[in-house]
Design a binder for this molecule. Structure first.
Ligand code: SF4
Length: 211
């Protein structure tokens, strides 16, 4: 607080405003691939009943969207019956290769399954046969993983999109999808608030206490 002005709050509000301007919004008939390659329950909460505190996501969203904008990334849609699935790729090289960039603190040995699902969906939606997932660190190191088309993986994305679409229409909350991502998820308390359920999650993940 300086001279009666709360600069922290002023900066936070501006970041949230900038983040909202960069965020694409879809109605219930439109689902972005990013919403179905992560936990569907999380995506549902984000649309229907998000936490009011949006500051934690603002900087991350600005950073992520800026990369896509600077590289002239594109969003394309795929329509199936009354559902439209959107995919955004960061970079298209010579119209025959897509590249998705992902910031990480440590370079991985293998691509994350969710990133593979996402990149594979981009291949189908952009009708491009070759793609790469590029993980990069703040000090400029990067590693790339090639992705080739898998019809089965794309069918899985379409199936998950249909389910989320239906649940959003019917206002029904998706079931919990326990994974290691739950530990850093902002909705952890909502899903596993009860001690008993938390223990159940640890058991499912195979890291609970031996009884
Ligand atoms: S805590 Fe886990 S199950 Fe619940 S919304 Fe988050 S990622 Fe999904």
């Amino acid at each position: 607080m300086l001279g009666g002005r709360n600069f922290h709050k002023i900066i936070e509000d501006e970041l949230i405003k900038a983040s909202k301007e960069l965020t694409l919004e879809y109605d219930t008939s439109g689902i972005h691939v990013s919403e179905i390659t992560r936990c569907s329950r999380l995506s549902y909460f984000e649309r229907v009943d998000p936490f009011v505190d949006e500051s934690s996501n603002a900087l991350q969203n600005i950073f992520r969207s800026s990369i896509t904008r600077m590289l002239k990334g594109k969003t394309k849609q795929y329509t199936i019956d009354d559902l439209t699935i959107y995919a955004t790729t960061d970079l298209i090289v010579s119209n025959d290769m897509i590249v998705n960039l992902i910031p990480v603190s440590k370079l991985p040995d293998y691509p994350h399954p969710n990133d593979l699902l996402y990149a594979n969906a981009c291949l189908f939606i952009f009708e491009i046969q070759s793609g790469f997932i590029v993980y990069f660190t703040p000090d400029g190191k990067f590693v790339e993983f090639g992705v080739s088309e898998s019809k089965r993986m794309f069918e899985q994305v379409v199936r998950r999109a249909r389910i989320l679409h239906l649940l959003l229409k019917e206002k029904k909350t998706p079931v919990v999808e326990p994974s290691e991502l739950c530990f850093s998820c902002k909705y952890y308390q909502r899903c596993f608030g009860q001690q008993k359920e938390s223990e159940q999650l640890l058991d499912i993940l195979g890291i609970g206490k031996k009884k």
